[in-house]
Design a protein around this ligand. Structure first.
Ligand code: FES
Length: 161
């Protein structure tokens, strides 16, 4: 089933908000990511067809924004800000410690498929560094002790589902 078939109502609603189909590309990309877990090459083609655009244009838009994942990801998508203001508050070291704790490389996913970690540019919470967003929810003023308990919480949550 295509995105268009599965999400007809949501897609029509997104398209109806704009005079031009192309303007709905971001909400439609969100729907694609929700469906596939990431913005895959196939998803790019589907979104391009829906929004009447060239796939390369859709790909460049998806590539620009950190809110769209360009790789398959785990259930918990950890995006750590390592931009300059956060770096000045220890974000690089925090991110490396997180990668070591999870046993993954940058952009890597744990073998149980639960966590994907990557570093991103400013998330507009510079005064609360180190910080990250997990599935778009902010976790601020972090240290590894706090991070480890969050990871255990999320692991326990995942086991319940
Ligand atoms: S630099 Fe990290 S949130 Fe702004």
């Amino acid at each position: 089933m295509t995105l268009q078939q599965k999400y007809t109502e949501r897609i029509e609603k997104a398209l109806a908000k704009y005079p031009d189909k192309r303007s709905a590309v971001m909400p439609v990309l969100h729907i694609a990511q929700e469906e596939y877990g990431w913005v895959s090459p196939e998803a790019i083609i589907e979104v391009a067809e829906i929004c009447d655009m060239d796939p390369t244009q859709v790909k460049s838009i998806a590539g620009f924004y950190t809110m769209y994942s360009k790789h398959p990801k785990g259930k918990y998508w950890l995006q750590v800000c390592t931009d300059l203001p956060c770096a000045l508050r220890g974000a690089d070291q925090f991110y490396q410690e997180l990668l070591d704790y999870l046993g993954v490389e940058d952009h890597g996913t744990t073998t149980d498929g639960l966590f994907t970690a990557e570093h991103v540019m400013c998330l507009a919470a510079c005064d609360k560094a180190p910080m990250l967003q997990c599935n778009f929810h902010y976790q601020e003023s972090l240290n590894m002790e706090k991070m480890k308990s969050l990871i255990e919480e999320w692991r326990a949550e995942a086991q319940k589902k």
